[in-house]
Design a protein around this ligand. Structure first.
Ligand code: GLN
Length: 391
């Protein structure tokens, strides 16, 4: 039996929907994981590392080769300078980086600002740390920050603001101007930002990822989180990282060493090689393929009567379904998986203050093969009583 702190959170919606998808033989567009392999070179490099005696604990903060590759990447991509040995921690996935950051920075009673809808692990981590969450809502369809509401949340006890850009589940990519306004509020209250940027390489069209740490003054008060799962389509490897100024990274490390101690050594070596060798060509193709998947899914959803919001980043589409059903999101997601064999996420679970904002939406993941998306489109057409044949 879980402690009182964790009891309210039950089972993660991602596990719940993926289990239902298997049970009902549904096409799984719920949990965000690719149904295709990551680059074969990475898999080879991991095998080589496994076969050449790299099977004991790595350095707790991360293998020297990987922390160096992460620091080089931050410099190359964003002009951000981090000391690989004191300002980078390799974690077992982005989710562990989030947990170790929150557990190490928050004292019981400290206030943490969350922008809803938010990734499901943020709130349980705040609860485990004894923090007090405060919420502001990004409202559909543009999901803009309500600056007045945001400002009103800051108090003398505010310690942390959790940001996510590109954003799961809305697909919003925060602009530099928005980040500057948020940064100003944080600086005025001497707070820290946990910036979850695991989808940094997934932006579409003219949208560009801007790291919070690149906003003037923010490098010193931002912990940025990155992930291999998203960047190299290897979510099962669970290799993530946190970068930030030494004083904050020292704190993250103080939790990380007692949470997982270290991350799988051979996988760290393969990722280090990937970060130093996969260049522009890889990322260009990566974005082109994801743009095709996004455009197809948005068009397919619109075609059957959903109202999708075209995402600028990440790999999810939020789609309104008021024209298709009068149920709420949880009941409609269940009907969809049981009767029509397509699994999606009911996003009201990503809200705390205004769950009503998510009750007429579903989240569909498009990190899937085109054939999977086509098969899902055919089932949705059947649901809507349409003759199959779209695209
Ligand atoms: N990030 C993924 C999503 O939003 C899932 C992560 C998980 O299952 N914990 O779907």
């Amino acid at each position: 039996m879980a402690s009182k702190k964790l009891a309210p959170f039950g089972t993660s919606i991602f596990s719940e929907m993926s289990t239902l998808a298997v049970k009902h033989e549904a096409i799984n567009l719920s949990q965000g994981f690719p149904d295709f392999e990551g680059p074969s070179e990475l898999i080879e490099w991991a095998c080589e590392a496994l076969r050449s005696g790299n099977n004991q604990y790595a350095r707790s903060m991360g293998h020297p080769r990987l922390v160096s590759a992460i620091a080089e990447k931050a410099l190359r991509d964003h002009g951000l300078v981090y000391d690989p040995y004191t300002e980078v921690v390799v974690t077992s996935g982005g989710t562990e980086a989030i947990a170790s950051t929150i557990l190490s920075l928050i004292e019981p009673g400290d206030e943490v600002i969350l922008l809803e809808p938010f990734y499901d692990s943020y709130l349980p981590c705040v609860a485990m740390a004894g923090g007090v969450p405060r919420f502001t809502t990004l409202r559909a369809p543009r999901f803009e920050v309500d600056l007045d509401e945001l400002r009103s949340l800051f108090t003398a006890r505010t310690r942390l603001l959790i940001l996510n850009t590109p954003h799961n589940p809305t697909g919003k990519v925060f602009t530099r101007q928005e980040l500057e306004l948020i940064a100003k509020c944080v600086e005025d209250h001497d707070g820290v930002v946990l910036s979850d940027e695991v989808y940094e390489h997934l932006t579409f069209g003219n949208a560009r990822h801007v790291p919070m740490a690149s906003v003037p003054g923010m490098r010193e008060r931002t912990i940025s989180i990155g992930s291999t799962g998203k960047t190299f389509s290897l979510t099962g490897w669970k290799v993530g990282w946190a970068t930030g100024p030494e004083r904050l990274i020292r704190a993250v490390q103080s939790a990380h060493q007692f949470v997982t101690f270290a991350t799988a050594t051979p996988l760290q070596l393969a990722v280090a090689k990937a970060l130093t060798t996969q260049g522009e060509a890889y990322f260009k193709r990566f974005c082109e393929e994801y743009t095709e998947r996004r455009d197809y899914l948005v068009a397919a959803l619109r075609d059957v009567g959903f109202d999708p919001v075209t995402p600028d980043g990440a790999y999810f589409v939020l789609a309104g379904f008021s024209r298709l059903s009068s149920l709420d999101d949880c009941a409609f997601a269940r009907e969809l998986v049981v009767k029509h064999k397509v699994a999606a996420i009911p996003p009201s679970v990503f809200y705390a203050a205004r769950p009503g904002e998510g009750r007429k939406l579903l989240r569909f993941a498009f990190c899937k093969k085109m054939e999977t998306l086509r098969a899902a489109a055919a089932r949705l057409q059947a649901m809507a009583g349409r003759t199959p044949g779209f695209l």
